[in-house]
Design a protein around this ligand. Structure first.
Ligand code: SF4
Length: 386
């Protein structure tokens, strides 16, 4: 290729040779004004991995509680039950189950995350619920928790990481969500989430999940007080972790949203920064198969552009009655639900082939419907307690 910025020539040479990009390369990619070349390189790397495919999932998305005392400064979702009783919600296991089943069983993933709630984050709550899901919906993968929630439960039950991962896996855990990674760099992390799982433990827990055959994703929260060096350092730590213990499926850049939190003064990320971040991630993370443009965070229109900058996934439909609260509390203007036909239309218009997947990227025909549940007629009717 011919490049306006000569730095891209050396980067292309490294990509063709399969040489991992250095931190200096990552910073050069973030700083180049040759945005078109950045996009071309990222798109080429994406197509080397997955050709013309772009993935999405029919899923249910549930926030099970907003009770949390971790006090992350970027968070607009958490509520203190003693000071903000009017905002607090905490779903019972019956309510979570009923919510997931509200619109039938034709989906491939349940995605659940919540706050650090001492009354909900326990194995007594989750293990029976997970087994119940697996009995009623054997075709659905359980994509539950973040490393922060699992570490919280491990401390509470005085279990090691190998022990708690084994318990959760036995109950049906298929995948752990990528949240709580935020930014690994110590100084920045201490300012934005001092009470949350440390960077070292986040990585150690994900590596243990992978060793035991549980897949996971990884995220990066960007656009607040972190530096570009922090972002590149974050990606390199993930890349090294993937080499040590492979099992990350997707990397998901999460743009900081400023409404109603302590970091509001940072403002919104820009379209160009978002697009650059997808492309840099695709080029730095050569050992990650998927880079996800999460429509609820980036917005559908920016996601469609991100497909030209290295992204190959747009996340899920979210059930038509689901209510995502983490990003909606912080000001996202995205809706709550996207029809799968809309995903297909956006992906096809971008020149790609839409592929329906589950959490671990098994592929399904677009009109695949699940076999009848073994619990049909029994679990479909549940008691909802308040
Ligand atoms: S980001 Fe998560 S852990 Fe941090 S305060 Fe919000 S809900 Fe709690």
């Amino acid at each position: 290729m011919i490049y306006a910025d000569p730095i891209m020539v050396e980067i292309e040479r490294k990509l063709d040779a399969g040489t991992p990009l250095s931190a200096q390369d990552g910073l050069a990619l973030y700083r180049t004004w040759d945005i078109h070349s950045l996009g071309r390189l990222a798109r080429r790397q994406k197509e080397r991995k997955s050709g013309k495919k772009v993935f999405y999932v029919l899923n249910r998305y549930i926030n099970s509680t907003n009770v949390c005392y971790a006090g992350c400064t970027f968070c607009s979702f958490a509520a203190d039950e003693f000071k903000e009783a009017h905002r607090v919600f905490r779903m019972t296991a019956d309510q979570v189950f009923a919510k997931a089943m509200e619109t039938g069983a034709n989906f491939n993933q349940i995605h659940i995350v919540g706050g650090h709630d001492p009354r909900q984050l326990s194995l007594d709550y989750w293990l029976p619920l997970m087994r119940r899901f697996k009995a009623a919906l054997p075709h659905v993968q359980l994509s539950l928790f973040t490393a922060a929630e699992i570490e919280y439960m491990a401390k509470r039950h005085r279990m090691t990481f190998p022990q708690i991962v084994a318990e959760l896996k036995a109950a049906g855990l298929d995948n752990v969500n990528g949240g709580a990674a935020e930014i690994f760099a110590d100084e920045t992390r201490a300012k934005i989430c001092p009470n949350k799982v440390s960077a070292a433990n986040w990585l150690a827990l994900h590596e243990e999940l992978h060793r035991q055959g549980v897949a996971s994703n990884a995220t990066m929260l960007y656009g607040h007080i972190e530096s570009l060096e922090d972002r590149v350092d974050h990606m390199i730590r993930l890349r090294e972790s993937q080499d040590r213990s492979p099992g990350f499926n997707a990397f998901i850049p999460l743009a900081f949203h400023p409404d109603g939190n302590e970091l509001s003064y940072c403002g919104w990320t820009t379209g160009l920064d978002d697009i650059r971040t997808f492309a840099v991630a695709r080029l730095m993370l050569h050992n990650f198969d998927h880079i996800k443009a999460y429509w609820m965070i980036q917005g559908l229109k920016a996601c469609q552009v991100a497909l030209q900058f290295g992204a190959d996934d747009m996340d899920g439909t979210h059930g038509s009655t689901d209510e995502e609260m983490i990003y909606h509390s912080a000001g996202t203007q995205s809706g709550q639900y996207v029809d799968d036909r809309e995903f297909r239309r956006l992906i096809e218009e971008a020149g790609y082939m839409p592929v329906r997947r589950n959490s671990t990227y098994d592929e399904f025909a677009w009109d695949w419907t699940p076999p009848a549940s073994p619990m049909a007629g029994r679990e479909a009717v549940v008691t909802v307690s308040s």
